[in-house]
Design a protein. Structure first.
Length: 283
């Protein structure tokens, strides 16, 4: 079934357009403020499926214009159906990140891993117009490593002004990885179907309607306001659990963080409405 789905997706992207020149990294990662991208990662019925939203909030170039720096809001959630249950479990996460992309005038092929081309390895790239991405020019790379044995098959697609829009990896001993862009907004152009949990709202607005955590950053304590029973877990950036707390039938509670060293931590709130993970800055 995965192979059939992959072939159908492949056929969707094919265009009869004449071959295009290979785009540069600058062309592929040419984002603008307020551009929005949504991607999906689907797995089997008992594994979580993931949804991601990225919104560009700031853009700047290095002095030599060969690197671009972006500040982005990243929202995501996962959906999991426990065995024997028809009720999904949702987990939410939100963060703001800063990252740089360099070598902008190099061809996009520079970031693709290259294997020695021989009878056990293959490498093929194509540039075409993709109707599935509203006629954007895309670069597609297909490669196979160690194909004479239990090889690993890859396919990646990059869209001009979109970044990476598709990633597929298949190996006999592992589960397939299948990640694809389902929606984007660039200026006045909209393409695809937006996820209803991301449409017009921050993915946490729904959760924050019933759970409020403030202030953040904080130096001595944080306030948690909710009418729900919940379990709270505080972890450091390595994932080490520092504190666990269960609250029942309390409208407002306080969490003492004065003993923490300054830095970044993560608060995870688990309630009947799902799981929410949020970054906390101690200063």
């Amino acid at each position: 079934m995965k192979t059939l789905s992959f072939l159908l997706l492949f056929l969707l992207f094919i265009s009869d357009a004449e071959s295009q020149p290979i785009p540069t990294i600058r062309q592929i990662y040419d984002f603008n403020v307020n551009d929005e991208f949504q991607t999906k990662e689907d797995n089997n019925v008992y594994a979580p499926s993931y949804r991601y939203q990225t919104i560009i909030k700031n853009k700047s170039y290095s002095i030599d214009s060969n690197s671009v720096n972006y500040t982005s809001i990243h929202n995501s959630y996962s959906v999991y159906y426990p065995p024997g249950s028809a009720n999904p479990v949702y987990s939410y996460h939100s963060d703001t990140t800063n990252y740089s992309i360099s070598n902008l005038d190099s061809l996009i092929t520079k970031i693709i891993p290259h294997f020695p081309i021989d009878s056990c390895n293959s490498f093929h790239d194509t540039v075409y117009i993709a109707p599935g991405y509203c006629n954007k020019i895309v670069y597609k790379n297909t490669r196979c490593n160690n194909c004479c044995f239990e090889g690993t098959y890859y396919q990646e697609i990059y869209g001009v002004g979109l970044g990476r829009v598709y990633y597929f990896r298949q190996h006999a001993a592992d589960s397939d990885i299948d990640i694809y862009m389902s929606y984007f907004k660039k200026g006045n152009q909209y393409c695809g179907t937006p996820d209803p949990l991301f449409t017009g709202i921050n993915s946490y607005d729904k959760f924050n309607d019933i759970i409020s955590i403030f202030p953040n950053p904080a130096n001595s304590k944080i306030n948690i306001i909710t009418n729900l029973d919940y379990k709270l877990t505080l972890t450091d950036i390595t994932g080490k659990s520092i504190l666990n707390q269960i609250s029942r039938n309390k409208n407002e509670t306080f969490l003492d963080i004065s003993f923490l060293k300054n830095g970044m931590y993560f608060i995870t709130i688990e309630s009947q409405n799902g799981i929410c993970s949020q970054k906390l800055i101690k200063n």
